[in-house]
Design a protein around this ligand. Structure first.
Ligand code: GLU
Length: 321
């Protein structure tokens, strides 16, 4: 029997891939709930991957806390948890493959130089290609960049609809290995989604603009392209993204139902009946899941958001390069 949002696929493999930068809050819960519900409604496998590649941003204990919260919320994963911090060899191999294909080059530019030389793009300064044809004399390599091919890239998002990006215009040649030696998120996520056989990526809309870069890398590495569905981000009362790293109220693992119900409703789904018990939530919810009802928006307002004290952190493009 097929699920309500039949993808016509024999094998659905989905995942939730949190970065352990803090406990789960309503915003990250939305991605977890949507990916879990979509996998289960399609009789699929659901996996968890801890994206602890960015050691400097990691909060000790957050990974275990996230896993315990998912379990307490009745979201159980089907295979061993993958930790990006243990996958460095796989990222190095992938980078070597790209290098061997002539698709990367070393770049000597600092972040400040790129900011000065690059025009503004949707995710920060667009790399102007300074080192594309070789490092200038006396410069040492800081990062390794992907040689972004020209052309418009399009994909169909299952929630947000058709998306298009000319990656050379929006981002330019992007970093695969950062100045601190760490592999970039864009590379790691593509290598891991392929290794885990992920067929459907359901995640937050903050990654909508990253998807074309990931598709380019999949293509360059000879990997298949999963389907994509980006759920709205949850904004606080000031219109800022709830962020794990910014003291957004953690969801209460001892009392799952209010948070599950809030996430479910923000996802545009039929609100759970008032007398539903927490341990019956998923039996009730999975047959009710309708991805077509998720708001076609990249953000929704949080009804009861505690407002973070600091401004929104810089985006992914401003991780160390
Ligand atoms: N680790 C990312 C985050 O926590 C999600 C990455 C993904 O789902 O591709 O925002």
């Amino acid at each position: 029997m097929r699920g309500p949002d039949d993808l016509g696929r024999a094998a659905y493999r989905g995942r939730f891939a949190p970065s352990p930068t803090g406990p789960l809050h309503l915003g990250s819960l939305l991605a977890a709930v949507a990916s879990y519900a979509d996998a289960r409604a399609n009789r699929g496998i659901w996996l968890v991957r801890i994206e602890d590649i960015d050691r400097p941003r990691e909060v000790p204990g957050a990974a275990d806390l996230i896993l315990r919260t998912l379990s307490a919320f009745g979201m159980h994963w089907d295979e061993g948890v993958v930790y990006q911090s243990r996958r460095t060899d796989a990222y190095r191999d992938a980078l070597d493959t790209l290098k061997a294909r002539g698709l990367t080059y070393p770049c000597g530019c600092s972040r400040a130089e790129v900011a000065r030389a690059g025009r503004a793009g949707p995710e920060g300064p667009v790399y102007p290609g300074t080192c594309r044809s070789g490092l200038r004399l006396g410069r040492r390599a800081r990062t390794e960049r992907f040689r972004t091919p020209p052309g418009r890239l399009a994909f169909e998002d299952r929630i947000q609809g058709r998306q298009e990006q000319i990656v050379t215009d929006a981002v330019g040649d992007f970093v695969l290995r950062r100045a601190d030696g760490l592999h970039a998120y864009q590379l790691a996520v593509v290598v891991d989604d392929a290794m885990q056989g992920i067929t459907q990526v359901v995640r937050g809309a903050d990654l909508l603009l990253s998807t074309p870069r990931q598709i380019l890398l999949q293509h360059a590495l000879g990997f298949g392209r999963p389907g994509y569905a980006h759920v709205p981000l949850v904004l606080d009362a000031h219109g800022r993204k709830l962020s794990k790293s910014l003291a957004a109220a953690p969801v209460d693992a001892r009392d799952p139902l209010p948070a599950l119900g809030a996430a479910w409703t923000l996802l545009g789904q039929t609100p759970p009946p008032a007398d539903l018990q927490a341990d019956a939530f998923w039996d009730w919810a999975i047959p009710m899941w309708r991805i077509a009802c998720v708001p076609v928006q990249t953000s929704v307002a949080c009804p009861t958001a505690s407002s973070p004290r600091a401004p929104d952190p810089p985006g992914r493009t401003s991780t160390p390069e």
